[in-house]
Design a protein around this ligand. Structure first.
Ligand SMILES: Nc1ccn([C@@H]2O[C@H](COP(=O)(O)OP(=O)(O)OP(=O)(O)O)[C@@H](O)[C@H]2O)c(=O)n1
Ligand SMILES: C[C@](O)(CO)[C@H](O)COP(=O)(O)O
Length: 235
C-alpha cells in the first residue's frame, strides 16, 4: 500500500553523551551495518512511497556520506540538526509545506531506535483515525516511586503509568502548529509538544518491548540479540 501524504522525520543529530563514544550511537555497527541504516530501511519497508527527512548533525555529515558509500546505501533527504531534539524536529518540520487541501500525517522517529517493525508503524497510523496524535506505549515492569525534594520517596501505582516510544504520528497541520510555539524543557517527545499546544487527544497504541532506544553501549548488544531472535523466528 502506498502512503503518499505521510512525511516521516527521523532524528539522528544527537551526540550520544550517555553512550560515551567518539562515534555517536546512530553510526555504531549493529548486525553488520550502522544502527541508522536499520532504522531507515525499516521505516521505508513499513511505509513504502512516503517521504523520509533525515536529521543529522553538521559534524557527522561527512561520516554519514562515507558510510553510505561504503554500504551502497541511498540516503534520504538530509536536514541540519539543532542543539536539542525539539530543535532537530522543528528544523525538519519547517521544510514541510502542505498544500491547502492536503490532509497530511507527520511521523517522528528516533534514529536511535532501529528495531521498529511494520506492524508497530501500522498501529500508530491506525491510531490517528480517532485522535490528533498516536504514540506507542508499554506498561512498566519495575516498581515506581516519586522522589521528593527532601530526599524522601513514596511508591506509586505503576498500573497507571506507560513508557512512551517512537515512532509517533500526528495530524500534520496540528504538529506544525505545535512546533511553532516556544521551546520548553518539559518537551521530551513530540506528544508533549502537542499537549502544550492544547492537542491532548493522543491515542496510546501497543508499543513493542524490543523497540529499545540505543542509549548505553550495552543496548547495542541487546538490539543485536533482538535482531537475531527476529531472524530465527522468521526462519
Ligand atoms: N540535538 C539532538 C538531540 C537528539 N536527537 C536525536 O533524538 C533521538 C533521541 O535522543 P537521545 O537518545 O537523547 O540521543 P542523544 O542526544 O544522542 O543522546 P544523549 O542524550 O545521551 O546525548 C536520537 O535519535 C538523537 O539522535 C537529535 O536529532 N538532535
Ligand atoms: C522521544 C523518546 O525516545 C520517547 O521515549 C524519549 O523521550 C527520548 O529521550 P532522550 O532523553 O532524548 O533520550
Amino acid at each position: 500500500m502506498k502512503h503518499r501524504n505521510i512525511h516521516n522525520i527521523i532524528v539522528a543529530a544527537g551526540s550520544g553523551t550517555r553512550f560515551g563514544s567518539g562515534c555517536p550511537k546512530q553510526f555504531q555497527p549493529l548486525a553488520g551495518r550502522p544502527v541508522l541504516m536499520h532504522t531507515i530501511d525499516r521505516m521505508r519497508q513499513a511505509l513504502p512511497g512516503s517521504s523520509i527527512l533525515l536529521v543529522l548533525g553538521e559534524p557527522h555529515l561527512k561520516l554519514w556520506h562515507m558510510l553510505c558509500d561504503k554500504f551502497g546505501f541511498c540516503s534520504p533527504t538530509i536536514i541540519a540538526g539543532g542543539s536539542t531534539r525539539w530543535q532537530s524536529v522543528k528544523n525538519a518540520i519547517d521544510t514541510i509545506k502542505l498544500s491547502p487541501e492536503e490532509e497530511g500525517i507527520i511521523t517522528v522517529h528516533d534514529g536511535a531506535r532501529p528495531l521498529i517493525d511494520s506492524a508497530l508503524v501500522a498501529r500508530i497510523i491506525d491510531g490517528l483515525q480517532l485522535a490528533s496524535g498516536s504514540i506507542p506505549a508499554t506498561p512498566v515492569t519495575d516498581s515506581l516511586r516519586i522522589l521528593e525534594n527532601d530526599g524522601s520517596s513514596h511508591p506509586i501505582d505503576r498500573s497507571i503509568i506507560r513508557a512512551v516510544q517512537t515512532p509517533q504520528a500526528f495530524d500534520a497541520r496540528k504538529l506544525i502548529k505545535a512546533y511553532s510555539l516556544p521551546y520548553k524543557d518539559s518537551f521530551t517527545d513530540d506528544a508533549s509538544v502537542m499537549a502544550a499546544a492544547g492537542y491532548t487527544d493522543i491515542a496510546l497504541v501497543d508499543g513493542s518491548l524490543s523497540n529499545i532506544k540505543i542509549t548505553m553501549p550495552a543496548d547495542i548488544d541487546i538490539a543485536a540479540i533482538y535482531m537475531a531472535h527476529e531472524t530465527s523466528t522468521l526462519a
